[in-house]
Design a protein around this ligand. Structure first.
Ligand SMILES: Cc1ncc(COP(=O)(O)O)c(C=O)c1O
Length: 380
């Protein structure tokens, strides 16, 4: 039965999983200190880039002996640099539980043609790390953005592993605890959890990853944009603010502003608490409604950022069309933008719950979800 539209709307209807909502205090005025029209190699540009690196270290608690670089082509660029520069020295294990992880599998198996064991899980499930040989190089995505399934922790990654762990953490960094001692390569991009501007990738290397880079040369050619070493030595400039090519200083300024905001809400702890509070609102809603459920089969693996939902009501005739219609109805009302499931994922909704989203907005959205569901059931 159709129900009346709720009285309250989310103040900000932006629940996209990337680019994600900007910080709640955002205004273009905050970017007025960007050194626009100046060389990124001028002192001011270098200072800003270095500040972006060191504030990332501070907020994420990255060890002092890890290298942090700002690289081209967003998270994809950072992951590809790592795959193409590091793999091939030993056997690899590719772990995937949704489409982005599957993309890295394709790259390694079909493009690089590396000897790799491929371990996959269906949408909603996860690969059990107890079955993974960490004496191989292991590639995985911490939080599957398109399935809403994440690693609960890094406990099953051995400290004395012989291989490297390469982790795409783009929808996890700034929302989940990442165990740096278990991660040799970690990547993310600015437009995800901190709602920054899309442009650059972050590449974080453990001392063991640096050691591999300095002692192993892949048999394939590397384009300039992927090259992390010169003459067998790490190009240190990449990790101190001398980027490989030209960065957007406007995007850098925006990232610095987002990092400042992150510190103002309690840093990483505060950001995790915000994402947890947001995703808990949805969890409680789903627990109370028989027609909707989290796509993650094991609640311990349910994401606190990209929360993926499926409709479970038997009256639904065409699952994909139904989910699309619900998302469209909410968009038309201006209460939720961009919440349809990812194109390769099972039909449903995906609601971003990272720290830049206000809990009051998620709370305001839930009655609208019920309204749109009932309206669509009635309209079928
Ligand atoms: C897990 C994951 N990896 C990679 C990407 C691609 O990121 P980018 O567009 O920053 O290259 C995304 C984007 O949503 C993602 O969620």
């Amino acid at each position: 039965m159709a129900i009346q539209a709720p009285a309250t709307r989310p103040a900000n209807p932006r629940f996209s999983s990337g680019p994600c909502a900007k910080i709640p205090t955002f205004s273009l005025d905050l970017l007025k200190d960007a050194p626009l029209g100046r060389s990124h190699r001028a002192a001011i540009g270098k200072e800003k880039l270095k500040a972006a690196i060191e504030t990332t270290r501070e907020v994420l608690g990255i060890p002092a002996d890890y290298k942090i670089g700002i690289v081209p082509a967003s998270d994809t660029g950072a992951v590809e640099m790592a795959l193409w520069s590091l793999l091939g020295a030993r056997k690899a294990t590719m772990c995937a539980w949704e489409s982005f992880g599957a993309g890295w599998v394709t790259d390694v198996v079909k493009q690089l043609k590396i000897d790799a064991e491929v371990k996959t899980a269906d949408y909603g499930d996860i690969v059990d790390f107890a079955d993974v040989d960490f004496d191989t190089d292991v590639v995985f995505t911490w939080n599957g953005t398109t399935s809403g399934v994440r690693l609960p922790n890094g406990d099953k990654i051995p400290s004395d592993r012989q291989g490297l762990t390469i982790c795409d953490a783009t929808s996890a960094a700034f929302a989940m605890d990442l165990p740096w001692d278990k991660l040799d390569v970690t990547t993310f991009s600015w437009q995800k959890v901190l709602g920054g501007e899309a442009a650059h990738g972050m590449l974080i290397l453990s001392p063991r990853a640096v050691e591999r880079l300095e002692n192993y040369t892949p048999s394939w050619p590397l384009p300039k944009i992927f090259r992390l070493t010169k003459g067998g030595k790490l190009i240190d400039g990449i990790f101190t603010g001398a980027t490989i090519n030209t960065p957007s200083m406007l995007a850098v300024e925006d990232y610095l502003v987002a990092l400042d905001w992150a510190k103002s809400v309690g840093g990483l702890k505060g950001l995790i608490a915000r994402a947890d509070a947001n995703s808990n609102v949805i969890k409680e809603f789903c627990d109370a409604k028989p027609w909707i459920a989290n796509l993650a089969n094991d609640p311990a693996t349910a994401s606190n950022t990209s929360v993926c939902l499926k409709f479970t009501d038997e009256r639904i005739k065409d699952g994909a069309a139904f989910a699309k219609a619900v998302a469209k109805r909410l968009e038309n009302e201006g209460v939720a933008l961009d919440i349809g499931a990812y194109r390769d994922a099972p039909a449903g909704l995906r609601i971003w719950c990272g720290g830049t989203v206000e809990t009051s907005d998620i709370e305001a959205l839930m009655p609208w979800l019920e309204w749109a569901f009932e309206a669509e059931i009635a309209a079928q």
